[in-house]
Each structure stands twice: as C-alpha cells, then as structure tokens.
Design a protein around this ligand. Structure first.
Ligand code: GLN
Length: 542
C-alpha cells in the first residue's frame, strides 16, 4: 500500500526543500523502498514553459515531453527515477482541467467550488499512476501562508485524513536564522510558520531546520515544545559544501529513522550509503581543476542553468577534477576584442537560450573557441549559434542567421514546422500557441562512427531530451560539410541535424538536445565527461 510524505516549506523559499525531498527519496531507496517524487506548484501558469528563466529558473524537461519545475531535476539526479508528466502539477493545470470538466457537464447540477472540486482534482493527481511506488513524496511549492497554496494544503490535509495518519506524514522545512549581532539562533520564525500550518489543520510530524550552522539541542528543544513535535523529530539541516552531502547529513541527524518510526517500519538495519560517501569524498578530493566559461544570457539567476552546472560537475567527478565555472553574460562579447578574456579558460560552453539579445556575443565566443582550438560545447541554442558562425565564417554565407530573430536572408536555422514523433507527425504553424508547443521530450538520434560524438557515446543510437522551436536547416548540410562542419548525429529520418562537430579541432561539438537533463552524479553524461576530458588536455597545453 502506498504511503504519502508531504513536504511543505515555511518562512522563505529557496531553502532547499526540493533537495531535502530528493535526499529523503534517496534515503528511502537506500533502505530498499520504491519511490516516486512529485511537485505541486501553486502558480497559475499551466507549466513553467512560458516563464522567464531569470524568474523561475530552469525548465526541466521529462522524457515524455513535459516542461516541469527544476526540482524534478534534483529528484531524478538523486534517485535515478525518471520523472514523468504526471509528477508535476500547477494551479493552472488543475483549474484548466476542472473548468474543462465543468464545460463538458461532468459536474451537472453542482456549484463548482474550490472544495471539493479543486481539492479533489489535486488529490487525484497526488495518487495517480503510482506504479510500484511504496512511497509517494509530494513537495508543495512556495511557502505556507501564501494565498495561492491554500487549496494544496487543504488537499493534503484531506488526503492524510482519508488514508489515515499511519500512511501519511507531514514534513515541514523552515528557516532557523542565526543573528550575528546577538550571537544567537532564533526559533521564532519556525514557531510562526508551524502556527500557520496548524491554522490550516496540519500538524507537522518532522520539522527540518535549515540554518547556516548546526541547530543546537536547546534550540531544537524549544521548537519541540512550541511546535508539538518530539525533539528527535526536530532535525537540524545546516549548510553543506556539496548538495550530494545532504542525504548523509539528513541520515546522520536521524531523519530517515524518524520517518521509519512514523510509518511503523523497523529502522534497523540502517540504509546502505556507501555510494553517497564515495561521491562526497570524490568531490572533496579532486586531483586538479579546470575552468569552463559558460557564455549565456541568464547568468544573473544561476538557477536558470541548474542541470547544466550539475552535469559539468558530474563531468568533473568522472575525470576526478574540480570544474570551476566562469559565468559570463554573452553581451560582453559584443564589443570588440572582449573575447580575448576567454583565452585563459580550458573550455567554452554556450548553453540553451531564447531570443536575439546576446546572440552576436555567443557567436563571437564560438568563433574564438574554434579559432583558438579551445574545447567548445554548444547546447541547443549554443549549437545553432555555432552553425551560424560556421556558415558565416567558414562557408562564406555572410547573411546566415536564424528565423527566430525575424526575416533572414539565409535561414541556416529555421522554424520547425513538422517532425516525426514515434508513428505520428507533429505540425506547428508560425502563429500557433507558444505554451507546450516546442519539440519536447525524448527523441532518438543516430550517430556516425569515427566522430567525437561516437567516441563519447560508444554507440550509434541514442535518445536525448529536446526543448526547442527552431532547427538547423538540413538544406545547408552540403555547403556546411564542404566548409568542414561534420553532421555526426541526425534524426532517424535523416532530416533533423542533432549533432555537429569539427574534425580539425580538439573538441568542438554542438548538440540540438539537452544532455544536461540526463546527467546524474553516479552516471555522468558521456558528452560532459568527454568535454571535461578535452578541457583537461587543454590545461596541460597551457
Ligand atoms: N531558441 C532556440 C529554439 O527555440 C533554442 C532553444 C534552446 O536553447 N532550448 O530553437
């Protein structure tokens, strides 16, 4: 029988609720349980796909083509359980479903209301499609006290009441600040957020105390007293050096033991955590380091590149080096000669992006990498910019551009109007909806042997996740190949260029998909491993 663990947050957001949920998932797995992780987001967008990356952070794409919250990336990286469309829901999606049902007449005769209709839809989502999961972990986005999270809190309260408290558990993660002026840890913030939770009928079973330091016993006792939770269930979660330390820290503080106790599970024997110890040790003791410049346009909110930063770290773990990231706004490379600042790095990566701003800077960075033989990795937009650069400067197509930026004389990158998904053809028009209509999710790609891509993957057939509206125009293939660009990966029908590279360069690879979404600490992505390896080789040269 499936058990439910609901994770809420208090005081402020960005405390690491997603990471704590992912880490608990990993701890339960390490005890031999099968799990699923879900995220309930209270905002009104149907999905985060239409939000600015600098507001919401990365959009994490699942194999089945859903645009989801970045926390699903943490869930996948920590547990290896592939997230699905049914693992992320928003108020927008719930309401559009309820309203569509109302129009169909499914509620004929009733007044449609938040309780029970919206809360019923939320509860149906929480327990939908459990597969073999013995635990479903549900993280509620935002913080308690937000107007928009109320229906979600009401729904989880009802759910726990329905399945019984022996099958449901509430975990509340809250801020416990240290005030340097008085040299003291303060528990009042936690008391208030628990009070807020109690006002909607939820008594937390465990309180996770996020702080920049260890929360001492006297403070935990105080929280226990005021919040009606046994002191062993008030768990300190101090800042740690690497996120992969979180499962170990939570375990050391007794979190999974308390979870077992709540559900009447014998906490002995303890979970097997050898692989987590191994990874933390590996991260803490690299043999050397390399610096990679990431030339993007959302560099003022690094959450926009969450999976990318992780995947680069995984590439470092695979090669036993520390990867230092130099986040650079591509616009700085639009002024003459600024690209020379890139001489000192051992690798240049141009990540995904949308819109014209900053593109000439990305093209300049790609050119600099090509001309100076610095390892280059172009991801999605970064591949498109590398192809435009090659078209202009190698093939002599001076007016090469992308139709994403308006009418262009030579659309080397153009709008994708039609493509094959499995046995069906997907079609788009230039005036269609923008939400959820990109080429999304997992698609196969065939790789030619004797290429950098094959060297990395050691396979001629791969599957990677996509999220883009434009595509390199296959009609330019002959002229670009003649100029030296190798089309090393193509869609199985041979129409969509998926990987390009330069044969005469130490490592210059562009991919139309997002490999960072599939990289995991225990399974570093082969392209990131190969890119970091090339960066190490470069560091030996200079
Ligand atoms: N803007 C480009 C497109 O839509 C690239 C998207 C991306 O980098 N994810 O095709």
């Amino acid at each position: 029988m499936t058990r439910f663990i609901f994770v809420t947050g208090g005081v402020v957001s960005s405390l690491g609720k997603g990471l704590a949920t992912a880490a608990l998932g990993a701890l339960l797995q390490a005890r031999g349980f099968k799990i699923r992780l879900r995220k309930l987001d209270p905002y009104l967008n149907v999905d985060p796909g239409t939000m600015s990356p600098t507001q919401h952070g990365e959009v994490y794409v699942t194999d089945d083509g859903a645009e989801t919250d970045l926390d699903l990336g943490h869930y996948e990286r920590f547990t290896g359980v592939a997230a699905r469309k049914t693992d992320n829901i928003t108020t927008g999606r719930i309401y559009s479903e309820v309203i569509a049902r109302e129009r169909r007449g499914d509620y004929l005769g009733s007044t449609v209301q938040v309780i029970p209709h919206v809360t019923d839809a939320i509860k149906a989502f929480i327990s939908a499609d459990p597969g073999e999961a013995e635990f479903i972990l549900c993280e509620i986005g935002g913080t308690v006290g937000d107007i928009e999270s109320l229906p979600f809190l009401e729904a989880i309260r009802q759910k726990a009441n329905e399945v019984g408290r022996a099958r449901a558990m509430f975990v509340h993660l809250t801020l416990v600040p240290y005030l340097p002026a008085v040299g003291e840890i303060k528990t009042k913030t936690t008391q208030h957020s628990v009070k807020e939770l109690l006002s909607v009928g939820i008594q937390p079973d465990v309180i996770l105390c996020r702080s920049d330091r260890e929360v001492p016993l006297d403070a935990r006792k105080k929280i226990s007293l005021f919040c009606n939770v046994p002191v062993e269930s008030v768990i300190s979660l101090p800042d740690v050096n690497t996120i992969y330390q979180v499962p170990l820290t939570l375990h050391d503080h007794g979190f999974d033991r308390q979870v077992c106790r709540h559900f009447g599970i014998d906490p002995e024997p303890p979970p097997t955590l050898a692989q987590w110890h191994w990874i933390v040790d590996r991260i803490k003791h690299p043999e050397s380091e390399v610096t990679i410049a990431v030339v993007g346009k959302y560099t003022n909110l690094l959450d926009a590149y969450k999976s990318l930063a992780e995947a680069l770290q995984h590439g470092g773990i695979a090669n036993n080096v520390k990867v230092r990231l130099n986040w650079l706004d591509s616009q700085i490379f639009e002024s003459q000669d600024a690209v020379h600042y890139l001489s000192d790095v051992q690798g240049i990566l141009v990540p995904g992006g949308f819109g014209e701003r900053g593109t000439e800077g990305k093209i300049a960075a790609a050119r600099f990498a090509r001309e100076h033989k610095i390892p280059y990795f172009g991801i999605c937009f970064g591949m498109q910019m590398a192809v435009i650069e090659a078209a202009r400067n190698l093939a002599g197509i001076t007016s090469a551009g992308s139709s994403e930026f308006g009418p262009v004389e030579e659309p080397v990158v153009g709008l994708l109007m039609e493509w094959v998904r499995g046995n069906t053809v997907e079609r788009r028009s230039s005036d269609g909806d923008l939400g959820g209509t990109m080429r999304l999710g997992a698609y196969p790609c065939l790789i030619s042997e004797g290429t950098r891509a094959f060297e990395a993957y050691r396979s001629t057939s791969i599957v990677e996740r996509h999220r883009h509206r434009y595509e390199v125009n296959i009609n330019f293939r002959p002229v670009l190949e003649k100029a030296g660009l190798v089309f090393s990966g193509l869609s199985p029908d041979g129409v969509l260029p998926e990987i390009v590279e330069l044969a005469t360069h130490p490592w210059y690879v562009g991919v139309q998909f997002h490999p960072e979404l599939k990289s995991k600490p225990f399974e570093p992505h082969p392209l990131f491993t190969a890119f970091v390896r090339a960066a190490i080789a470069r560091s030996r040269l200079i």
